[in-house]
Design a binder for this molecule. Sequence first.
Ligand SMILES: Nc1ncnc2c1ncn2[C@@H]1O[C@H](COP(=O)(O)OP(=O)(O)O)[C@@H](O)[C@H]1O
Ligand SMILES: [Mg+2]
Length: 299
Amino acid sequence: MSTPRPMGVPARPNPDEDGDTDYLAPGPGGRHHMPIPDPAPLTRHGPATVLALCNQKGGVGKTTSTINLGAALTEYGRRVLLVDFDPQGALSVGLGIPAHQLDHTIYNVIMERSTTADDVIIKTTVDGMELLPSNIDLSAAEVQLVTEVGREHTLGRALRPVLDYYDYILIDCQPSLGLLTVNALACADGVVIPLECEYFSLRGVALLIDTIDKVKDRLNPKLEITGILATMYDPRTLHTREVMARVLEAFGDTVFETVINRTVRFPETTVAGEPITTWAPRSAGAKAYRQLAREVIAR
Ligand SMILES: Nc1ncnc2c1ncn2[C@@H]1O[C@H](COP(=O)(O)OP(=O)(O)O)[C@@H](O)[C@H]1O
Ligand SMILES: [Mg+2]
């Protein structure tokens, strides 16, 4: 007999579950593309490409995409560090880590010279993927940093000692364009913008891109937009198809070919505390994030 599940944890899906594959196309908006090939295996690791997952709107799939892109990248042999840079700590909780109980988090790394990233980084259930956790303590940093010299480069300084160890560092940003997010942009090579397929989702993107341009101009000349990721796509509704067409019209090839469909599997993984790639390995959602990993490596 299997052990009883803790209350509230959904039943593990059948591992043979094979989701629909319509995320592969013909692409939403009518794009037809070649399959993205598997990346070449690495013979050595680092220095890391730093990607900030950023959108000042909440609930668009930043945290979900950070976890699942990270987990998918490890399947291609990449070493991954996830950085929880939201005081809500949803990334840590989504990986099954009770962040509110931790005494040492990213807050200590950025605010105390005596604490290094290595002191705080913890392993996750995914081989090759580690986490720099966060909790509500981080909300104090936003205020305390204001008076610091070089305040926008605090996160970059904290991550520098571990850059050579990882292949990808993914920063899960908070839903604002405040100082914490500017810190993430100031140390990133690229920005991944998750965008919910809803009418109002386009409104904030111009402001986000404006902020990215300013950071590139004033703080971090290497910063680029890696791609815009359409999330919560529902191929059955005309509404999301129309939104997708407008996103493609506005942003063209900046939009990843991979589209993440809306499915209950994602809220389930949050409760289960593991990525979809292990929770439902053959599901359409897991396949979509693997395809996104291949696209990110290829870009
Ligand atoms: N593709 C998806 N389909 C359905 N629900 C999703 C999907 N992606 C994320 N969710 C759910 O939507 C909510 C918000 O997602 P989250 O990743 O936390 O967004 P953000 O970090 O941008 O606030 C969560 O409950 C998450 O489980
Ligand atoms: Mg989040």
